[in-house]
Ligand binder design. Structure first.
Ligand code: AMP
Length: 293
């Protein structure tokens, strides 16, 4: 399975990607992690990326694309991958599309993790990463369990805070997300790949929503010619009526469907699974944007 996780900083992409790695046995490719590793190594790439990262801006596309090209060429990606934090703008999305076309490995799904702006800020301030195993925790919502040990060192996790998780940089990162990354929602919706999930609530519940979103048919099912249109449905009803008239039967009354008594919450889940996070007729503006003003 080839998946992109899309969402603002703090939306839980990294945490959910790590859980998906365990579930699906495919690698997580986080451009943020790759760049941080390059900075820590002090490589030329790291040196060039550092300033933009510290300022909360995007690193140059050519650097990121070079890194992704190389990573997607590695053999562990043959069975699939989870892209986390990439693509981040339209140029990257087009480049990824071309690259995957050349590799004959098109994306199966893009899942957008939707979280309210205030909740994003709250989550980022509580985020800590284990310096040894790289696992991401949140001191407010998902701290390490009592007595939990790092699988790499067999000692307690060494929790560190990312340097770009400070207040000023976070504001800029959220602004950059709104301006550069949010347009990818429409880009992938137009390609029939987008799923949107509510990524607030308990981390296990979000994992279940993600699994459901990915378990649903990944592409819209192909329709047979004419089926599913208003015209086709009308002609089906007309011929059923004619058959009933011929046989003298009366039309069977339809029982109220489960759907008609569905709760508001379930209706939202269904909209979300179809890739529409807003109710029909509502503004459709991003949650992040809407809450900031
Ligand atoms: P992340 O860990 O995904 O929040 O990324 C941390 C920082 O790395 C971002 O604020 C950017 O400066 C940089 N970065 C990560 N992924 C990308 C990308 N796809 N394109 C450009 N910059 C990126």
């Amino acid at each position: 399975m080839r998946i992109v996780l899309l969402g603002a900083p703090g939306s839980g992409k990294g945490t959910q990607a790590q859980r998906l790695v365990e579930r699906a046995g495919i690698p997580q490719i986080s451009t943020g992690d790759l760049l941080r590793a390059a900075v820590a190594r002090g490589s030329e790439l790291g040196r060039q990326a550092r300033e933009a990262m510290e300022g909360g801006r995007l690193v140059d596309d050519s650097l990121v694309l070079g890194m992704i090209r190389e990573r997607l060429g590695e053999p562990d990606t043959r069975r699939g991958f989870i892209l986390d934090g990439f693509p981040r703008n339209l140029a990257q999305a087009h480049a990824l599309e071309r690259l995957l076309e050349a590799l004959q490995q098109p994306l199966d799904a893009v899942v957008q993790l939707e979280v309210d702006y205030r909740e994003l800020v709250r989550r980022i301030s509580g985020r800590r990463t284990c310096a040894d195993c790289g696992r991401v925790f949140n001191m407010l919502t998902s701290p390490p369990a009592a007595g939990e040990l790092c699988p790499k060192t067999a000692a307690p996790h060494r929790l560190t805070q990312r340097p770009d998780d400070n207040e000023a940089t976070v504001t800029e990162r959220l602004r950059v997300y709104d301006e550069k990354t949010r347009p990818l929602i429409d880009f992938y919706r137009a390609r029939g790949l987008l799923r949107v999930i509510d990524a607030e609530g308990h981390v296990d519940e979000v994992t279940r929503r993600l699994a459901r979103a990915l378990g649903a048919p990944l592409r819209a099912p192909r329709r047979t010619r004419g089926a599913g249109t208003v015209k086709a449905a009308a002609s089906k009803r007309a011929s059923a009526g004619a058959a009933r008239a011929r046989s003298g039967r009366t039309a069977r009354r339809k029982r109220p469907s489960l759907r008609s008594s569905r709760s508001k919450a379930a209706a939202k889940t269904a909209r979300v699974a179809r890739g529409k996070s807003r109710r029909p007729g509502s503004s459709g503006r991003g949650r992040l944007k809407g809450k900031r003003r």
